[in-house]
Design a protein around this ligand. Structure first.
Ligand SMILES: [Zn+2]
Ligand SMILES: [Zn+2]
Length: 784
């Protein structure tokens, strides 16, 4: 029957279809159907050509869509008849090359269960092989050096498959059929084990043989040593999490006095005995992204207190690579697993750098000879305690780079993001990519890293890198002149004559949450609530407590966003001493409580007499103002005596949240008293009145956890009363403040019965979403 068919159809499937076992899947399905033709990786996805009639071709496409591998994500698909071709069989053929790729890059996938079983099976030929993978798991984005995703364009290029691996690779019945990362002990990457002496000199102890190296890794951990281990996105620092001394040494060497470390557990069973986990959290930990998930410690938890000082929660994860699985299971106890860097710098991912820079931190360094093409930290995903709403705290390893557009723009554009939590975004004809978290651009090394990663990304779009710049239609950046990302945009704009559009920080946040929730076409009233720590405002002040009301309108939100939207905010208070203010919550307290009767008694003890005199003087002559809710959190934390100087960003707010969480866990989320209850709010939020009422509670001797709870609940009521006054039923939230799980739970608990609530989903609420928001708003503005 097939001999009579002389028509040929082409099916193109675009989206996340490379690096997820898609071609083997097509091959198997085509053979089941008795079809003849070929499948290849194309410039924009997978291209399938078959000898079939229209009905069969259509049905085959449906089957492809419905039965696609779990890791795949098909975004576009087409079917068309092409010039007749004659096929004798169905084959997987070499990739088509193209000048310009428009591909959804696959993220790195955590070790799958089949590979994990083989890893621990003495009868398997890959027993204890530290780089075991298959079509369903293993590194992808971190090893891609060019597109399309084929072995010669990855860091696996140097490793020629041995006969056994080659056989699997070509066997349609094998799980490793066309697995680009396929390898074994005979042909794959090899380990290197180094001993350091703390002075930038290292000595190679063992090369290549994991049977020799892994026991030594285990002995070193048992002896309380600190190890730098090359992972997927960079080097991790490991040490015994139950050994307080080892943790203390790591803190000292890494210059990280307080900030919690993540903890790697060998297996779920042990994890469940030591921390409280619900089903959603377990699914995330065991999922393909395998992020760090914060969870509450249980009494049985053996992890030393100094791993997460003053906190009742721990950031935990499960082994996502075979090497980490072997190390953690050999050790049999929880391990600290933190990014390999000196505090403030990006994660180290190059071997040469590791063997110099990490010698000051690690006693031993475990390398391997598979290069990492692009660095990534571990992702952090938390869930709110009551409603299990996911909050992306850090979007990196394992999470998709592709984000749905939510707006119309097919031009090649680049958005440069913010500063503290930098990312960049690239808009191509078909797709939008938002980069992984790239760290704080105040650090020179992070700046270099930002340039390298963005150059790598642009090169992936077009191997002929330089013309890409000339083709960029627009560059979007923050309105803050001092940001490195803004300066980079301005420089590139001058050099390549690319138009630049500066986007106000909070409007970028607003645009991001609206686009991510596909709300740009809405004409319904909506209140955008954008609260964070710091952003440069259009009036030259420091914003951070903003409300954007949209009333009933003929015009969709996209159109209203383009005009300077109406804005309400927390009443300004003094922004003191630049960067010193976020580092010293006592300064926020001083400003927040300015002129409030009785505040001196609480505040003065926080300062030396000299400081007090100086700061009073600064306060009375200060011109720069802020509406930052982040700073209000700091102020409240300080007046409650939680913290006057932070050691890491967001520390004071997190302690305040922890205090409130403790209250709500004990008493439930029904709360009735709130600040500003008897104040009629006509426009902006009276910050001063809030401070007065809060201080009265402190003077009355109310407990700190109750005040923390009341403060959180008051923020919810402020949103509610503002929305009611404006007659709005849709609420959208963005900004770093909405990383606060207690606040999210309270919003859901108290407002979801009466309002439609929109939060970020794939992106983080913090400044990581600024690049995306810049792209959204910039794209809308380009239409003028
Ligand atoms: Zn696997
Ligand atoms: Zn092999």
């Amino acid at each position: 029957m097939l001999d009579t068919i002389n028509t040929t159809f082409e099916i193109r499937l675009n989206g996340l279809v490379q690096g997820v076992g898609f071609r083997p899947f097509v091959f198997q399905l085509a053979n089941e159907w008795g079809l003849k033709g070929k499948v290849s990786n194309g410039a924009a996805g997978v291209v399938i050509r078959i000898n079939a009639d229209l009905t069969t071709a259509s049905r085959f496409r449906e089957a492809l869509l419905h039965e696609a591998p779990a890791l795949a994500q098909i975004i576009q698909h087409t079917l068309q008849e092409i010039e007749p071709l004659h096929f004798e069989s169905f084959d997987i053929v070499e990739s088509e090359t193209a000048e310009r790729f428009s591909l959804v890059l696959p993220p790195d996938f955590a070790l799958c269960n089949n590979c994990r079983q083989e890893l621990h099976d003495p009868a398997n030929r890959r027993y204890r092989y530290p780089f075991i993978t298959c079509t369903h798991c293993g590194p992808r984005y971190s090893i891609i050096t060019a597109l399309p995703y084929d072995r010669p364009y990855t860091s696996m290029a140097a490793f020629k498959q041995c006969a056994s691996c080659w056989h699997e690779y070509n066997d349609p019945a094998d799980r490793r059929f066309y697995a680009q990362t396929n390898s074994c002990d005979d042909c794959g990457p090899q380990l290197g084990w180094y001993k350091t002496d703390g002075t930038r000199s290292v000595q190679l102890s063992f090369l290549n043989d994991s049977r020799w190296i892994l026991p030594r890794v285990n002995w070193a951990l048992k002896a309380g040593k600190i190890l730098a281990v090359k992972g997927i996105g960079g080097y991790l620092l490991l040490c015994d999490a139950t050994n307080e001394q080892a943790v203390e040494t790591l803190r000292r060497r890494k210059h990280r006095p307080q900030k919690p470390f993540a903890v790697l557990y060998p297996m779920l069973e042990m994890l469940q005995a030591e921390v409280a986990l619900n089903e959603v959290e377990i699914n995330a930990l065991q999922g393909v992204a395998a992020p760090i998930v914060p969870a509450e410690r249980q009494d049985a938890c053996r992890v030393a207190q100094n791993v997460a000082p003053q906190l009742s929660s721990l950031g935990i994860m499960l082994p996502y690579t075979p090497l980490l699985d072997l190390i953690a299971n050999d050790f049999g106890k929880p391990l600290v697993a933190t990014s390999g860097n000196i505090s403030g710098n990006p994660i180290v991912y190059e071997d040469e750098k590791a063997l110099t820079d990490l010698t000051a931190v690690a006693d031993h360094i475990l390398t391997n000879n598979r290069p990492i093409a692009v660095p990534q930290d571990d992702s952090v995903l938390r869930f709110t305690p009551k409603h299990q709403q996911p909050i992306v705290i850090r979007r990196s390893r394992g999470l998709p780079l592709y984000v749905p557009k939510g707006y119309q723009n097919s031009d090649f554009c680049v958005a440069m993001g913010a500063s503290m939590k930098s990312t960049f975004a690239i808009n191509t004809t078909d797709y939008l990519y938002v980069s992984q978290y790239l760290g704080d651009l105040e650090s020179y090394e992070t700046q270099q890293n930002f340039e390298q990663v963005s150059a790598h990304f642009l090169r992936l779009q077009n191997p002929d890198f330089l013309p890409v710049f000339g083709e960029i239609k627009a560059l979007f950046c923050d309105a803050h002149e001092g940001y490195f990302s803004t300066q980079l945009a301005v420089e590139a704009g001058h050099r390549w004559q690319i138009p630049i559009q500066k986007i106000q920080h909070h409007q970028a946040h607003l645009a991001a949450v609206l686009a991510e929730n596909d709300l740009l076409h809405s004409t319904q009233p909506l209140l955008g609530v954008v609260w964070d720590g710091t952003g440069y405002g259009s009036d030259g002040q420091i914003w951070g407590g903003e409300f954007y009301p949209f009333n009933f309108s003929e015009q969709p939100l996209s159109k209203q966003l383009r005009e300077l939207p109406h804005r309400l905010h927390f009443d300004y208070f003094d922004a003191l001493l630049g960067d010193k203010m976020p580092r010293e919550p006592r300064l926020s307290a001083l400003s927040f409580c300015k002129g409030v009767v009785g505040s001196d008694a609480i505040l003065q003890p926080k300062f030396s007499p000299v400081e007090w005199g100086v700061y009073q003087n600064v306060l009375s002559n200060n011109l720069l103002k802020t509406s930052s809710v982040g700073r209000i959190f700091d102020a409240v934390a300080s007046v409650l005596g939680l913290m006057d100087k932070v050691t890491y960003e967001g520390e004071a707010a997190f302690l305040l949240e922890t205090l409130a969480a403790r209250y709500f866990a004990r008493h439930g989320y029904a709360f009735s008293e709130y600040y500003l209850e008897n104040t009629e709010i006509k426009a902006n939020i009276p910050t001063r009145k809030l401070a007065e009422e809060l201080l009265i509670d402190i003077q009355k001797g109310c407990s700190s956890d109750w005040i923390a709870a009341k403060f959180h609940f008051s923020l919810v009521k402020i949103v509610e009363t503002t929305a009611q006054r404006l007659g709005v039923r849709q609420l959208a939230f963005s900004g770093g403040v909405f990383q606060n799980a207690v606040l999210i739970d309270l919003l859901i608990e108290h407002l979801s019965p009466h309002f439609q609530l929109y939060f970020h989903r794939q992106l983080s609420p913090n400044d990581e979403n600024i690049a995306y928001g810049q792209m959204v708003l910039g794209s809308l503005l380009m239409k003028d």
